[in-house]
Design a protein around this ligand. Structure first.
Ligand SMILES: Nc1ncnc2c1ncn2[C@@H]1O[C@H](COP(=O)(O)OP(=O)(O)OP(=O)(O)O)[C@@H](O)[C@H]1O
Length: 364
């Protein structure tokens, strides 16, 4: 737990061999991770232990074993001090329906210790920031899911915390609402310098929003690294060609030619919005500079037109599929809570769901 006491500016959250065992399930299993300032995604399938970790970090639920600190404060003994400095957006709907957003957020601000005038001013500012200014006096029972999520975000920000913990803030939102929420979350950090830990079971949405991603599965740490490292191009090249009279299926001809030249090549499978691309885009593993020449020469020799040839980055979901060959096997209906599945299977299911939800960004 390197940053627990002294390097507060470097580590906002640190856990060391943190475990939480319930009678029938181990929700967190010796989790050791350091989280630095910025926007960090905590990703995991349903039941991976995300909410459990958040509750421990807020000092609301004791760990069974191990230690954790938030902003240099010990979660076991300094929970109240942590909750003064940290905002929390819970996963589930918890808003009283008869109360307006303004009344509710002012109330939460007062609960956090702000004087009445400051609470009203901060509430107005925060609701404006989350885009709820016009509707702020209406009872929240009539709000859409997106509006409710914004109120939950506003109450997490109103006392000007140094860190916010957001539990599945995009849950229940349509793709547009999800993008708007992710944009807001990004601005929480860029506009106000507040660090963010945001949980999601959708791998794809985090690579657009987070500087750093922590992946847990079955309460264990799978991986913690910068988003760039996750999605680093490892030399995948997207190639699309036209057909010709001589080659009515130019893509198949090119695939055969490149494979014959010793390159690893496969259909890309999906477009930017997650729809199948009927095999027109090929992905070629780049070994070195000569790969570009081999592709160009093959296209020319076959007499095809080159529509595009571009470097592409991996998507986070693919990293997990690539790391576990079993995960690419047809998995049937996604059931991440199904007993006995290994990590790769769970992530295959999560990745599959991600794509079905259209949460996947660029494929080529
Ligand atoms: N109070 C509790 N008593 C018993 N088991 C619990 C309790 N809270 C959580 N669990 C179990 O611990 C595991 C982790 O749950 P947790 O809610 O942390 O997962 P999660 O990653 O947040 O998933 P979700 O997004 O579905 O809530 C699950 O198997 C869950 O059933």
């Amino acid at each position: 737990m390197a940053g627990a006491t002294t390097v507060e500016g470097v580590t906002v959250i640190a856990t060391e061999s943190l475990s939480k065992r319930f009678p029938r399930v181990t929700a967190l299993d010796r989790l050791s991770v350091d989280i630095t300032p910025g926007v960090t995604g905590l990703v995991g399938a349903n039941g991976a232990g995300k909410s459990t970790l958040i509750k421990i970090l807020l000092g609301l639920s004791p760990a069974t074993e191990g230690r954790a600190s938030v902003l240099g404060l010990d979660v076991a003994t300094e929970g109240a001090a942590i909750r003064e400095r940290v905002g929390y957006m819970p996963e589930h709907d918890c808003l009283p329906p008869d109360v307006s957003a303004t009344e509710f957020v002012v109330h939460m601000a007062r609960m956090s210790g702000l004087p009445a005038t400051a609470a009203r001013e901060r509430t107005a500012d925060t609701l404006r920031h989350v885009g709820l200014y016009e509707e702020r006096y209406r009872p929240m029972g009539g709000y859409s899911t997106g509006m409710k999520q914004r109120v939950k975000l506003a109450q997490a920000l109103v006392h000007d915390p140094r860190l916010v913990l957001l539990d599945e803030p995009t849950n229940g939102l349509d793709p547009v609402g999800r993008d708007e929420m992710l944009g807001l979350i990004r601005r929480v950090h860029t506009d106000f310098g507040i660090s963010v830990l945001v949980t999601s079971h959708l791998l794809g949405e985090l690579e657009r929003t987070c500087d750093h991603v922590v992946v847990i599965d079955g309460g264990k740490l799978l991986r913690s690294s910068s988003t760039d490292d996750f999605t680093q191009s490892t030399g995948s090249l997207a190639v699309e060609v036209t057909d010709s009279d001589a080659r009515p299926d130019g893509t198949a001809a090119l695939l055969a030619a490149l494979a014959g030249a010793g390159l690893t090549v496969r259909p890309a499978g999906r477009t930017a919005d997650g729809a199948p691309v009927s095999g027109r885009v090929l992905l070629v593993d780049v070994l070195d500079e000569s790969t570009y020449d081999t592709v160009r020469d093959a296209v020319t020799d076959l007499g095809l037109g080159l529509v595009r040839m571009e470097q592409r980055r991996h998507r986070i979901a693919e990293v997990f599929r690539d790391e576990d060959p079993a995960a690419t096997a047809p998995a049937g209906p996604a059931d991440p809570a199904g007993g006995g599945w290994g990590a790769g299977h769970q992530w295959a299911a999560a990745a599959q769901r991600d794509e079905q939800n259209g949460g996947a960004p660029d494929a080529a």
